[in-house]
Design a protein around this ligand. Structure first.
Ligand code: XIL
Length: 372
């Protein structure tokens, strides 16, 4: 007994001096600052990914659908909606008391091809497209009225140089498709928050274009709650000073901001420097040189990666009065879209949980800080 006592005392002292960081969850760490969200896939919302689900329920208080609410999946034909996966997703969130986010109503990518053409295959008129947008948005938003906190109404409408993307929406309706989509969503659920969402938001020309767009939307008296900054980041992009300037600019324009798709690509950048983006249509041929860490990140890369993740979370904390939510684009590394985009078949490490489902040490600083 005499020999055990000092050990017990030491144990007690250690426990008091160093609170166990892993006992806190991510959502507890950021409680009162912003919602901690993640994108979930259909395996997760249907309960097939049991381990993934246990992490989602424990660490996150908000979810967004990774794919199942996108047009080509939820509305594949003019008169046919596929509700099954989207219903499950919403039920999953409700069952676990989470803030549910809808992604996304109007987006050029993963949009069903029928949307822009008539039975003969000719491009539809602005009036027809307007009606289709209205039907699409009102049917989906209406179905989940009161259950979804907010919608990414328009995704990726502006290019990195600040000009409008020449999407079929833009080519047929001009920039009026954006206020129109916002108005339709608001009519369908007046209590739902409405967002515009995009990548590369740190780029000055794109920032300015969104500031101007927000001003136009506000001048028309339309509802717009926040700008979604996707925050698909890499080891050398975005420039965090520019990222902060964009946050300041959007907040200064009178809207909140949120990081909606945060992940940090740990692998070599396949884009030309300065041309990084998150356009899903990119598809580079596999190249071994671009997949250098199949067995794990070297310490130096891991340390640098930690710095990138922390820089983003530190920004969210700094502006937390105006940051509604930080959502990561997936839960654990194995399931990230970045293993296959923009190059298929790489082993990437972009998320907060590793391939063994362990929360990465990068978050310890926040878990510990919130424990004090
Ligand atoms: C991605 C999904 O993660 C992939 O599973 C899918 O194959 C392509 O789309 N910006 C967005 C998201 O707004 O919807 C995209 O999600 C990633 C880029």
């Amino acid at each position: 007994m005499r020999n055990i006592l000092p050990l017990l005392a030491l144990g007690l002292l250690t426990a008091c001096a160093a609170p166990e960081p892993q006992t806190k969850t991510l959502r507890e760490a950021f409680d009162g600052q912003f919602l901690m969200g993640c994108a979930i896939n259909v395996d997760q919302s249907s309960g097939r990914d049991v381990v993934g689900d246990s992490l989602i329920v424990r660490h996150f208080n908000s979810i967004v659908a990774e794919n199942c609410m996108k047009c080509e999946l939820i509305h594949p034909e003019p008169d046919r909606y596929n509700w099954e996966d989207a219903d499950r997703f919403v039920e999953f969130g409700e069952k676990h008391g989470m803030t549910i986010i809808g992604h996304c109503l109007i987006w050029h990518s993963q949009c069903a091809p029928w949307f822009f053409v008539d039975e003969k295959g000719d491009t539809v008129s602005a009036e027809v497209l307007q009606q289709r947008i209205k039907d699409h948005i009102q049917t989906i938003v209406g179905r989940y009225k009161g259950r979804i906190r907010g919608w990414d109404v328009v995704n990726e409408a502006i290019l990195d140089d600040g000009t409008y993307r020449q999407s079929p929406f833009y080519r047929i309706m001009g920039d009026s498709f954006i206020p129109w989509a916002l108005a339709c969503a608001h009519e369908a659920d007046p209590d739902a928050e409405l967002y515009l969402n995009d990548y590369s938001m740190a780029k000055p020309a794109k920032r300015q274009a969104y500031v101007d767009l927000v001003a136009t939307v506000q001048a028309s008296g339309l509802r717009l709650d926040a700008i979604g900054m996707q925050a698909h980041a890499g080891m050398d992009y975005p420039d965090m000073t520019e990222m902060e300037r964009s946050m300041q600019a959007f907040i200064g324009q009178g809207v909140d901001v949120q990081f909606t798709e945060l992940d940090v690509n740990a692998l070599p950048n396949v884009f030309a420097a300065g041309n990084e983006n998150a356009a899903v249509e990119n598809n580079f041929e596999y190249n071994q040189r671009m997949n250098p860490y199949p067995d794990g990140l070297p310490d130096s890369v891991q340390t640098a990666w930690n710095g990138r993740v922390q820089a983003l979370f530190d920004l969210a904390l700094k502006y937390s009065a105006h940051v509604r939510r930080v959502t990561v684009w997936g839960v654990y590394d194995q399931q990230s879209w970045l293993n296959d985009w923009p190059m298929h078949g790489r082993t990437n490490y972009p998320l907060l949980f590793d391939r063994q489902y362990r929360l990465k040490p990068v978050m310890d600083k926040y878990l510990t800080a919130s424990a004090q």
